[in-house]
Write a protein that binds this ligand. Structure first.
Ligand code: AMP
Length: 187
């Protein structure tokens, strides 16, 4: 099963992805995590990406696609995956479609987790206390939400045209959201 998780920063994509990994035994591939890995490894690419990420802007499409292609080529991704954080704009959505055509793969589900913007800000403030991510400060979060609205939200329409989007209400407990996702995956 190949799933794309869509939703604003703080909508709970990462949390829900963890449950999907356990339940469906497919890897969680987060481009944010891949980039943070490159930063931790102090690679040249990681250092360049950090500056952009710390402002809440998007890292270049080619860099992210390169990392993603490499990750998708690994053994554990052959039986499916949960993609989180990609595509982040329409260019990336087109790139992913082309890549899937090249690899003769298809996407089964695009799950759009919908959360109220106020709720998102509160959740990220909480995450900032726990994880200490350098892009979880208030000013950067505001920019990330704008970037989401302007560049990432249209990606949902891209997949709606392919009729593979399910909107998931992201409010309530983690378990509630999880149950809604599982119900959506049955179709
Ligand atoms: P995330 O962990 O998904 O919230 O991503 C954290 C940051 O990594 C984003 O604010 C971007 O700067 C960068 N990033 C993650 N995924 C992408 C992507 N697909 N394209 C461009 N930048 C990305």
């Amino acid at each position: 099963m190949r799933i794309v998780l869509l939703g604003a920063p703080g909508s709970g994509k990462g949390t829900q992805a963890k449950f999907l990994v356990e339940k469906h035994n497919i890897p969680h591939i987060s481009t944010g995590d891949l980039l943070r890995g490159a930063i931790a490894a102090k690679t040249e690419l990681g250092l360049a990406a950090k500056e952009v990420m710390d402002k809440g802007n998007l890292v270049s499409d080619d860099i992210v696609l390169g990392m993603l292609k490499e990750r998708l080529g690994q053994d554990d991704a052959q039986k499916g995956f949960i993609l989180d954080g990609f595509p982040r704009n329409l260019v990336q959505a087109e790139m992913l479609s082309e890549l899937f055509t090249e690899l003769s793969l298809s996407l089964d589900h695009a799950l759009l987790i919908e959360v109220d913007p106020d709720e998102v800000v509160a959740r990220i403030a909480k995450r900032a206390e726990i994880e200490g991510r350098s892009d979880d400060t208030e000013e950067v979060v505001r920019n990330r939400l704008n970037v989401y609205k302007e560049q990432t939200a249209p990606v949902a329409d891209f997949y709606k045209k392919q009729d593979i989007v399910t909107e998931i209400m992201g409010t309530g407990s983690i378990e509630d959201v999880q149950a809604r996702i599982e119900a959506a995956l049955r179709f």
